[in-house]
Design a protein around this ligand. Structure first.
Ligand SMILES: NC(=O)C1=CN([C@@H]2O[C@H](COP(=O)(O)OP(=O)(O)OC[C@H]3O[C@@H](n4cnc5c(N)ncnc54)[C@H](OP(=O)(O)O)[C@@H]3O)[C@@H](O)[C@H]2O)C=CC1
Ligand SMILES: O=C(O)C1=N[C@H](C(=O)O)C[C@H](O)C1
Length: 251
């Protein structure tokens, strides 16, 4: 039985994961960490991972980029593997994740769903064909009005996958409001919409002359992310130090 700590346990994702794990015989939540230490799930809740004195095999993080520095330090200190799902990390924090992964096992992914991870594979295949044929590439993402970061981690990851197939020759364009010139050929536009309770929508648009291909993914519930994170936690428990991603879990 894998013993997990839920980091961000009282948030939206923390609650969905808590409910799914309660029905799973292969994993249990032995503690939670949250800035709000209300204890409502039958496990103890601590204000930080450093303060958590409960033995565990893995930590699952869906809290906030604001918590990432302290989380990484405590994971290294405790030699505790971690599934990192929070988005909005700075360049420095992304470097710190890589550095910490030389000391402890870390699996990081901006999107834990099977659908988005399959879309990454599709984009690897189609992007070179369409980009070389001169299609313009744009990404539009939509999320709920509570989301702190924009654009989404997934939108950036989609752009990275596309750009890597083209030797990273494209620049990202997040805002055209002050522009008084034509779109640059060598850019990927990324736009964010925020409203209501939208769980998560991502649209990748390849716009050519007289034809457009749009590939979209819609999350109808947070369970798709939670299932991926639980599978990742089971995979990561007991693994040696290293940087892992969802490809390692779902192939
Ligand atoms: N990789 C993926 O597949 C997915 C990633 N995410 C990402 O996961 C993160 C959480 O999402 P979501 O559950 O919707 O967000 P919520 O705001 O609903 O939950 C986050 C929880 O963490 C708490 N928290 C905030 N700051 C800290 C801190 N410094 N230390 C400990 N706890 C803290 C929050 O408390 P309070 O409410 O008081 O601020 C809240 O209880 C986001 O970064 C989101 O983008 C979300 C879905 C899928
Ligand atoms: O904050 C969210 O809700 C989500 N965040 C992730 C992101 O930033 O890509 C993944 C998912 O789209 C939901």
């Amino acid at each position: 039985m894998v013993r997990a700590i839920m980091h961000g346990c009282n948030g939206a994702m923390g609650q969905v994961i808590t409910n799914l794990i309660a029905e799973d015989p292969g994993i249990e939540l032995v503690a939670g960490v949250d800035i709000n230490t209300e204890q409502k799930n039958g496990y103890p809740v601590f204000a930080s991972l450093a303060e958590c004195d409960v033995e565990a095999d893995v930590v699952i993080d869906f809290a906030s980029a604001k918590a990432t520095d302290a989380l990484l330090a405590a994971m290294v200190e405790k030699k505790l593997p971690g599934v990192l799902c929070s988005t909005g990390l700075s360049e420095e924090q992304l470097e710190a994740v890589k550095e910490a992964s030389t000391k402890v096992a870390i699996l990081k992914s901006a999107n834990m769903s099977l659908g988005i991870n399959t879309l990454f594979k599709v984009l690897k295949m189609v992007t070179p064909i369409l980009a070389e044929a001169g299609f313009d590439m744009e990404i539009v993402e939509k999320h709920h009005n509570r989301k702190l970061d924009a654009p989404s981690g997934t939108a950036l990851a989609l752009a990275d996958v596309m750009n890597e197939t083209m030797d990273n020759a494209y620049a990202y364009k997040f805002d055209r409001t002050q522009e008084r010139k034509k779109r640059d050929k060598m850019e990927i536009g990324i736009q964010a919409v925020r409203g209501g309770t939208i769980v998560g929508e991502h649209e990748v648009i390849f716009a050519g002359t007289d034809e457009v291909i749009t590939i979209s993914h819609t999350a109808y519930s947070r369970a798709i992310f939670a299932k991926g994170a639980i599978a990742a936690a089971k995979y990561l428990a007991g693994k040696p130090a290293g940087y892992y991603d969802m490809k390692d879990v779902i192939g």
